[in-house]
Design a protein around this ligand. Structure first.
Ligand SMILES: [Zn+2]
Length: 270
């Protein structure tokens, strides 16, 4: 094969790889994607608000047509045995991203949530204010979503409610490094955090199947929402709202979903 042909083939594969990478970057950057070469923006109010997500792009159709969407108002649950989960979150170098929709802390590989035989790797956690899921109609001041993926690529989210109260030291460490501008990123040298510091001591939870609460609203997400809230100060919650604004999708219909309550586990613990 001639040298020139080889060079052309190499160039072609670089272009293909670059195009694929750009598409991925466009999607992860702002939750939008390129349908006509222009990113589809979405938000929490007005013409790009949650009620319109399903119309903004064909790829967001599930936001409108899905039958197992999140968040929900967690109300009456079916009685059912439910295994406790094990959280093994390691300390990770702090890497905070302001993606314009939320504040997200990215997580290094090696931290897991294990439920039965399913092992999920923690990828990131992020914040919503006010809370997205409700508990018997009650909305909390904030909700943290720990986003995990298992080996088959299935998503598992651990939700933690936050209510106003004592200032939260773990949150304070992250809030000290909040990127002010959208698409801003902070990775301060020598600062580490542990997501486990944002979990309540009581690990009883609700479980149900749902979706991503942001476009494209993909379904098949395993939700685990802890019953016991943690606290954050009014100042801490206000700091988030000042930077991001309210970023909760309204509750969706439960339809034929099973809500399972870990309360009924009979392992000797309450
Ligand atoms: Zn979320």
């Amino acid at each position: 094969m001639g040298n020139r042909i080889l060079k052309q083939m190499l160039l072609a594969s670089i272009i293909i790889a670059w195009t694929a990478l750009s598409a991925l970057a466009g999607e992860s950057k702002d939750g939008g994607h390129k349908r006509t070469g222009k990113a589809v923006h979405w938000g929490y109010s007005g013409a790009q608000g949650p009620g319109h997500w399903g119309d903004l792009s064909d790829r967001y159709a599930l936001c409108k047509t899905g039958q197992q969407q999140s968040p929900i108002d967690i109300g009456e649950t079916q009685q059912s045995g439910l295994a406790a989960f094990t959280v093994d979150y390691r300390t990770t170098p702090l890497q905070v991203v302001n993606n314009g929709h939320t504040i997200q802390a990215n997580y290094a590989a090696g931290s897991t949530l294990t439920l039965g035989r399913r092992v999920y790797q923690l990828a990131q956690f992020h914040f919503h204010s006010p809370s997205e899921n409700l508990l018997n109609g009650k909305q909390f001041d904030m909700e943290i979503h720990f986003v995990h993926k298992d080996q088959a690529g299935r998503l598992g989210v651990l939700g933690v409610f936050v209510e106003k109260g004592a200032a939260n030291p773990a949150l304070a460490e992250i809030w000290r490094h909040l990127p002010q501008g959208a698409q801003g990123k902070m990775a301060p040298q020598g600062v580490a955090i542990n997501g486990a510091d944002l979990l309540p001591p009581d690990r009883r939870y609700y479980r149900f199947v749902g979706s991503l609460t942001t476009p494209p609203c993909s379904e098949g997400v395993q939700w685990h929402v802890l019953k016991q809230p943690i606290t954050a100060s009014t100042e801490q919650i206000d700091a988030f709202l000042h930077l991001i604004g309210p970023n909760n999708r309204p509750v969706q219909k439960i339809n034929n979903r099973l809500l399972i309550d870990s309360q009924t586990v009979t392992d000797g613990k309450p």
